[in-house]
Write a protein that binds this ligand. Structure first.
Ligand SMILES: Cc1ncc(COP(=O)(O)O)c(C=O)c1O
Length: 332
């Protein structure tokens, strides 16, 4: 039995696992299931809250009164940290990549509304964001505050626990529904969701393979990143785990024009799923991954999913990312 470290109770768990009933974009002989992690809790919905339950528990253990984290202007993770910080009475400082927009929208607006302090770094300055965080932490210390730094996406050896725990939850879901899916699919951006599902899948002896669609970087990057995070996790928590036992499968080919930008086909898929089943994906993460999954399912021998009959798509949230890109949807 694996022993979990201290964890806050923030998310509404377990999230539902339901079969897609009306969407007709996939092959007729495959059941697509949605793990509804967009419902982990209204404003703080999405995958980040699962990781932050562990990261913020660690921050409290270390006696910190401030959370500091970083990401893109429309980072769901930064918004989730800002909202949770407000709920828990912790100060939040976000370091965001890009120029300050004239009017904040989507996740950024939520960050401001939640009272977060925001520092912007230009693309050129971004490679020094961890150094900037260290300087800011030193400033907080001088002011009598202790800031806890959470890396991009809370994807590190602490945040990894979030989707290890989610894998245990999925295993229970499968038992409850008497299904044995061959694949679990997610979007991968900073690697923590994919890494956690892979480790959890091994620890809890699941049959389903995890296949992730990259929304930034490439398969080699996720290979390295996940191995690094898992190695640090093994060391920090003194866990005997064979790194080579996980099969890191990152399906490339659906990144489109790059991180945060999507081709028209992704917007079409988002609109199709919303119309068919009232489920909302976003163009940065879930829309791209879902579009990739369905495109593969429609290939010969079912593309990246040989032998598939039941497939689970982890809906990791991201709804606020739709609004800043509303001009890309076309309605006849
Ligand atoms: C909505 C959403 N889905 C998926 C991801 C990818 O998760 P991860 O960063 O754990 O790879 C993110 C964050 O990057 C996200 O905000």
């Amino acid at each position: 039995m694996i022993e979990f470290p201290p964890r806050l109770d923030l998310a509404n768990l377990p999230t539902p696992l339901t079969e897609l009933c009306n969407y007709a974009g996939g092959p007729a002989d495959v059941s697509i299931w949605i793990k509804h992690d967009e419902l982990t809790g209204m404003e703080v919905s999405g995958n980040k809250i699962r990781k932050l339950e562990f990261s913020i528990a660690e921050a409290s253990l270390q006696g910190c009164d401030t959370l500091m984290t970083c990401g893109g202007i429309q980072s769901n993770h930064c918004r989730a940290t800002a909202v949770i910080g407000a709920r828990l009475g912790l100060k939040v400082h976000l370091i965001l990549r890009g120029e300050k927009p004239e009017v904040p929208d989507g996740n950024l607006l939520m960050g401001y509304l939640s009272g977060a302090t925001i520092t912007y770094l230009s693309q050129a300055q971004w490679s020094f964001h961890e150094q900037k965080a260290a300087e800011l932490r030193a400033e907080y210390l001088r002011m009598g505050s202790k800031a806890f730094f959470i890396p991009v996406g809370a994807s590190d050896e602490i945040g990894l626990w979030g989707y290890i725990a989610a894998a245990a939850e999925l295993k229970q879901d499968f038992e409850d529904l008497s299904i044995d899916p061959e694949y679990i699919v997610c979007a991968t951006g900073s690697g923590g969701t994919q890494g956690g599902l892979l480790v959890g899948g091994k620890l809890f002896d699941m049959n389903a393979k995890c296949v992730a669609f990259n929304v930034s970087d490439d398969a080699d990057y996720f290979d390295r990143k996940i191995k690094e995070d898992v190695t640090l996790w093994k060391q920090r928590y003194e866990i005997d785990f064979d790194l080579n036992s996980i099969d890191i499968q990152t399906a490339e080919g659906y990144l489109g024009p790059g991180y945060g930008k999507a081709d028209p086909c992704v917007f079409d898929t988002i609109a199709e799923l919303a119309r068919a089943d009232g489920i909302f994906l976003d163009p940065v993460y879930t829309g791209k991954a879902f579009h990739g999954m369905v495109s593969e399912l429609n290939k010969g021998e079912k593309g990246a999913f040989p032998g598939v009959k039941n497939i689970v798509f982890v809906h990791t949230g991201g709804l606020f990312g739709v609004f800043p890109q509303q001009q890309n949807f076309s309605f006849d």
